[in-house]
Design a binder for this molecule. Structure first.
Ligand SMILES: Cc1cc2nc3c(=O)[nH]c(=O)nc-3n(C[C@H](O)[C@H](O)[C@H](O)COP(=O)(O)O)c2cc1C
Length: 338
């Protein structure tokens, strides 16, 4: 079982933080499908930048399912400590520090995975943040800077020494960005070296892969990112496979329609009309990515600028393409899908 501080997490499946994607509605949806833990999108540690709509939507944490885990990014120990404290005041119950992001904007300021190059600074940051808050602090890293500089094991030891309570490792280096395949040997080495919980991450996109990563690494939990885009039920499928060693049937078109429409409504409620209709397009595309003949339709519905019309168009698409459309529809009333 994954335990972070006093928080015992019922399912060993964690939704990865993904900026611009794992917003509050999507996190709630993934929890309803059995994600044991979700991480909010990262916020900069520079509080002078918090007065934007983007940050305002990311920051309030009360009212979310517990434990509420948020992520901060930055490079100045004092600034990160202050940001952690401010987030705890806003309701965060676990603080995650981002040392895994390869994005240019973060790395230009030597934050994210760029920090892995400076082990002394890593220790200073971790010590400062741990001392600043009385909630568990966790860390997310990559395996190192580049193929020749894989220092995940060293960073893991530093993390444990400095009081970090769980470590997530993405099986790529900073230089890999998202290219090639994630590797799990380094993750296994990390698991053997430290005794705090380790969360394995990278390219887990199916129940078999989830089982394989647990077997190869000995990790306490796994983290799923891109494979959950448009497929929030992946948590239900993996939990089922890990428990019963049997595959669960994929969702029917009827269930997909219900889940997507509910997701869209929550998304609009959260972002409002103007941003909502635009930022929902990527989610619709992901839900329909594996369905035949959706491409032309997607490029057309991406012109829609009104949430009501977008919702109706999605509903119609499912009605027209559902192979079981003439069967009696299932009634969905619960907001849990496990
Ligand atoms: C669009 C996108 C945004 C991301 N944003 C963050 C982020 O804010 N913080 C972070 O630590 N990692 C971020 N990541 C990395 C993911 O958390 C995860 O480590 C990575 O996608 C590998 O996992 P996966 O193969 O399951 O997707 C992001 C990844 C993607 C694709």
């Amino acid at each position: 079982m994954l335990q972070i501080g006093d928080y015992k997490i019922a399912s060993p499946l964690v939704l990865a933080p993904m900026a611009g994607i794992t917003d509050r509605p999507f996190r709630a949806l993934c929890r309803s499908f059995g994600a044991g833990l979700t991480v909010a999108e990262m916020v900069t540690s520079d509080q002078s930048l918090w007065n934007t709509q983007k940050s305002r939507l990311r920051l309030p944490h009360l009212g979310e399912p517990e434990p509420r885990m948020i992520q901060i990014a930055g490079s100045d120990p004092h600034q990160l400590a202050a940001a952690a404290k401010a987030n705890v005041e806003l309701g965060a119950q676990i603080i995650d520090i981002n040392m895994g992001c390869p994005a240019k904007k973060v790395c230009k300021k030597a934050a994210g995975s760029a920090l892995l190059r400076d082990e002394k600074l890593v220790a200073e940051i971790l010590a400062a943040v741990v001392a600043a808050v009385d909630v568990p602090v966790t860390l997310k890293i990559r395996t190192g800077w580049s193929a020749n500089h894989k220092n995940a094991v060293t960073i893991a030891k530093i993390a444990e020494q400095e009081g970090i309570q769980a470590l997530t490792v993405h099986g790529r280096t900073r230089e890999d960005r998202f290219n090639g395949q994630a590797e799990y040997d380094t993750l296994a080495e990390v698991c053997q070296t430290i005794s705090i919980p380790v969360i394995a991450n990278g390219d887990i996109d199916s129940p078999q892969k989830a089982q394989e990563v647990f077997n190869k690494t000995g990790a306490n939990a796994i983290m799923i990112g891109r494979a959950a885009q448009g497929r929030p039920w992946i948590f239900r499928e993996i939990n089922h496979f890990l428990t019963y060693q049997r595959f669960l049937d994929p969702p029917t078109y009827g269930e997909m329609k219900h889940v997507l429409l509910e997701h869209l409504q929550d998304h609009y409620d959260f972002y409002g009309e103007f941003i909502g209709v635009r930022s929902a397009r990527k989610h619709i595309g992901w839900y329909l990515a594996d369905t035949p003949n959706a491409n032309d339709w997607l490029s057309r519905i991406n012109q829609i600028e009104c949430t009501t019309q977008q919702l109706q168009a999605v509903s119609r698409w499912f009605d027209q393409h559902d192979p079981n459309a003439f069967l009696v529809p299932i009634a969905f009333t619960e907001k849990t899908h496990v």
